[in-house]
Design a protein around this ligand. Structure first.
Ligand SMILES: Nc1ncnc2c1ncn2[C@@H]1O[C@H](COP(=O)(O)OP(=O)(O)OP(=O)(O)O)[C@@H](O)[C@H]1O
Ligand SMILES: [Mg+2]
Length: 322
């Protein structure tokens, strides 16, 4: 496991923003993308977003996200082709630029969550229908579902919250036809099944996750964005799951919950400017991202303290991208 000393050292070098001289720059909450000649150069910054706002940066977070996605894209390529062309730097993926399908395919293996679109929120308020799935009575929070379910949501514009959508409404809006929807839903379940199986080997439960798909220049459906990262997924520990579930307590999580919880306890719920996050909270948040990487991949996380920006520029130049 990475030393606290290294995490503290890196606090002064986190990657907040990039401004590379390549093609057209598009800034997401977490990633800076550069579109040039059919390629999308995706730089995973160290920005942490929660409550739909960027809160701060965490040491090595960008590297964790980029390398975790690269790991999973490699493992899942026999299920569906993905956008990866090259990973020229720990924080960068060069991808095929695709036309995104404006629906997030969320797969849920457990009934949980707190937000208004979450399965548990709806169920605990009496609803037994969720995105076209019929749910039995008597489920408890964090219980495993008999089979994982696919629950699509529309991808909201910046600043707005995502909205649940049914298969019918996706077809009616002309986003996908019935066959395409069914194919992508089936692929999502296969990805989830593989992800759950590999994570379980390392004692991790893949609770739920979201996938994004696009069409490449030949119209082929392609897996894009990120896959099975702590930003797009919920993970719990297998060893303690049953005991905690029986007691009805909160599961131990490895995701961005740590900083989110710290903020909530400081009284921040997403409105106005977030409070200043102390260094020890950032260091602990970063440690958890790295722990997630190591638990999920079974590999050790390798990095050195230093300027991420200049390393990225060097590696992109070496790869002929700059
Ligand atoms: N290969 C690709 N082709 C086209 N668009 C892509 C591809 N891969 C990722 N994207 C898009 O690039 C953007 C990545 O940015 P980022 O994840 O930072 O932003 P966000 O999705 O707005 O934020 P958040 O993930 O916090 O909700 C997303 O809009 C995603 O759909
Ligand atoms: Mg995103």
């Amino acid at each position: 496991m990475i030393s606290e000393h290294l995490l503290k050292q890196q606090l002064g070098f986190t990657l907040e923003r990039t401004d590379l001289k390549i093609g057209q720059r598009i800034e997401g909450k977490v990633r800076d993308c550069y579109i040039s000649k059919g390629k999308r150069i995706i730089v995973c910054t160290d920005r942490l977003s929660a409550f739909d706002v960027v809160l701060c940066t965490l040491p090595f977070k960008g590297q964790v996200l980029n390398q975790l996605s690269a790991f999973w894209f490699g493992k899942t390529k026999s299920i569906i082709p993905n956008h990866v062309i090259d990973v020229p730097d720990p924080n960068v993926t060069v991808a095929r630029d695709c036309t995104p399908i404006p629906v997030e395919f969320i797969v849920r293996g457990y009934i949980t969550g707190v937000t208004k679109t979450s399965l548990w929120y709806n169920y605990s308020n009496g609803s037994r229908e969720y995105c076209g799935h019929r749910l039995p009575d008597g489920l408890r929070k964090d219980q495993k579902l008999n089979v994982p379910i696919v629950t699509p949501t529309t991808k909201a514009e910046k600043g707005l919250h995502d909205e649940l959508v049914s298969r019918d409404s996706i077809i009616k809006r002309g986003i996908l036809d019935g066959d395409e929807f069914d194919t992508i839903a089936e692929i999502s379940l296969k990805l989830f099944e593989l992800g759950s199986r590999l994570a379980a080997r390392n004692g991790i439960i893949l609770v739920d996750t979201k996938y994004e798909f696009g069409r490449d220049h030949e119209g082929e459906i392609t897996l894009i964005d990120e896959i099975h990262t702590p930003d797009s997924s919920r993970f719990w520990f297998r060893e303690t799951y049953q005991e905690i579930f029986k007691k009805g307590e909160e599961q131990m999580k490895i995701d961005k919950e740590y900083v989110r919880k710290w903020l909530a306890e400081s009284g921040f719920t997403g409105d106005g400017a977030p409070p200043n996050i102390p260094d020890d909270v950032k260091v602990e948040g970063a440690r958890r991202y790295i722990e997630a990487f190591e638990c999920i991949t079974g590999e050790s996380f390798e990095s050195k303290a230093g300027n991420v920006s200049s390393r990225i520029a060097r590696n992109l130049e070496k790869g002929g991208y700059l």
